[in-house]
Design a binder for this molecule. Structure first.
Ligand code: SAM
Length: 311
C-alpha cells in the first residue's frame, strides 16, 4: 500500500493518539476524505459473518470526516451508545459502499461467501442504506436470514431490529410474522422485506407450515397482506421479490410484485424501482437446452421497490 502520510489538522491532532491507540497505522487526507488504514485486518475484524467487510478492509478503511467527528464527540462524551453503533469489536466503520450504482439496474458478480440460500448481496444493502437512510436510522428486517442487515447496519452506523422464523444468529430474534409485530419493536425508519419467493425455497429454510416457503399461494399472499397492514405508517417499506417459475417445463409464471402493488398502493407511492436481476448462472446448461428447444423463457427478473408513505 503506498500511502502519503500527512499530519492531521489541529482539530483532529488531539485525538490522533486515541485513534492510533485503537490500532490504526496510517492516517491521511485526500481532499475532504480522511483515510485510516490498518494492515492486520483479520486481527481487527476477525468476524466470519462479515467476510465482505474483511475483504474490503484488507485494502483500506474509509471514514468520512463527519464520521471521525462523531467518533470524537462520542469519545469525548464517553457515549457508549454512540460508540456501540459502530460495533464493540470493530474499530472502524465504513460509511459508504465501495461501489455506487448510478442506475436503477444493479448487478454484482462479486459474491459474499455467504452460503445462506437467498441471501441479499451486502453490496446491494450498502447501496440501499446509502441512498434511503441516514446514520443512526433504525432498520427493521423481519426476514433477516443470514443477517446481512445486521452486519451492514453495523458497518454503516445504522441501528437494526432483526428477526426471523428460524434465527441463524444471536442478534436475530425468533419471530413469526403471523404473530404480528413484536412488542419490543422500536420506532422504525425503514422496513426491509425480503421474504421467501413463495415456494421457490420450499422446505429449504424449514418444513414448518408457518414458513412462507411452504404455503399455498393464497395463504402466502394473505399472511403477507396481514403483516404489511401492520407496517402502514412506517416512512419507507422496501420489498424484494422475484416472480416464481416453479417448473420450467410448463412455464407457470407467478409475478408477485403486482400483488405487493395491490397491498401498498393506497398508502404508499413508488419512490424508486430497482431491477436486481439474478445472474444467468442461476440455471444449468441442461435446463437452458430444454427451454431453447421448447421456445420457453427462464426468469431472471427480480425487483426491489422503495415504497414511500404518502403525505
Ligand atoms: C429470502 S430469505 C431472507 C434472506 C436474508 N435477507 C439474507 O440476506 O440472508 C427469507 C427468510 O424468511 C424467513 N421466513 C419464512 N417464513 C417466515 C415467517 N412466517 N416469519 C418470519 N420469517 C420467515 C426464512 O426463515 C428466511 O430466512
Amino acid at each position: 500500500m503506498t500511502v502519503l502520510q500527512k499530519s492531521l489538522d489541529s482539530e483532529l491532532k488531539e485525538y490522533e493518539i486515541n485513534i492510533r491507540g485503537k490500532g490504526i497505522e496510517f492516517i491521511w487526507f485526500t481532499g475532504e476524505q480522511l483515510y485510516l488504514a490498518k494492515q492486520k485486518v483479520i486481527e481487527l475484524t476477525n468476524d466470519k459473518r462479515a467476510p465482505g467487510f474483511i475483504k474490503l478492509a484488507e485494502d483500506k478503511f474509509n471514514w468520512t470526516k463527519m464520521t471521525v467527528s462523531r467518533y470524537i464527540k462520542a469519545y469525548k462524551e464517553n457515549n457508549t451508545d454512540n460508540r456501540n453503533i459502530w460495533g464493540n469489536n470493530r474499530l472502524v466503520t465504513l460509511t459508504l459502499p465501495n461501489k455506487y450504482f448510478p442506475y436503477n439496474i444493479w448487478n454484482t458478480h462479486k459474491g459474499d461467501d455467504n452460503e445462506y440460500y437467498g441471501h441479499f448481496p451486502s453490496l446491494f444493502m450498502k447501496n440501499l442504506l446509502r441512498s434511503f437512510t441516514n446514520e443512526n436510522d433504525m432498520i427493521y428486517d423481519p426476514f433477516a436470514g443470514s443477517g446481512v442487515t445486521v452486519d451492514v447496519c453495523q458497518e454503516m452506523g445504522r441501528r437494526s431490529y432483526c428477526s426471523d422464523l428460524i434465527p441463524q444468529r444471536d442478534e436475530i430474534n425468533k419471530w413469526n410474522i403471523m404473530d404480528g409485530i413484536p412488542d419490543d419493536l422500536p420506532c422504525i425508519d425503514l422496513v426491509f422485506l425480503d421474504p421467501p419467493y413463495w415456494k421457490q425455497a420450499k422446505n429449504r429454510y424449514s418444513d414448518l407450515p408457518e414458513d412462507l416457503s411452504n404455503m399455498e399461494l393464497d395463504e402466502f399472499y394473505e399472511v403477507l397482506d396481514n403483516f404489511i397492514n401492520l407496517l402502514i405508517g412506517i416512512n419507507r417499506i422496501v420489498s424484494v421479490i422475484a416472480p416464481t417459475q416453479l417448473s420450467f417445463t410448463n412455464h407457470k409464471f407467478e409475478d408477485h410484485i403486482f400483488k405487493f402493488y395491490e397491498m401498498l398502493k393506497d398508502k404508499y407511492e413508488i419512490e424508486m424501482r430497482f431491477c436486481i436481476p439474478y445472474s444467468t448462472q442461476q440455471y444449468n446448461g441442461a435446463v437452458v437446452d430444454v427451454v431453447r428447444k421448447e421456445g420457453l423463457y427462464l426468469n431472471l427478473i427480480r425487483d426491489m421497490v422503495i415504497w414511500k408513505l404518502r403525505n
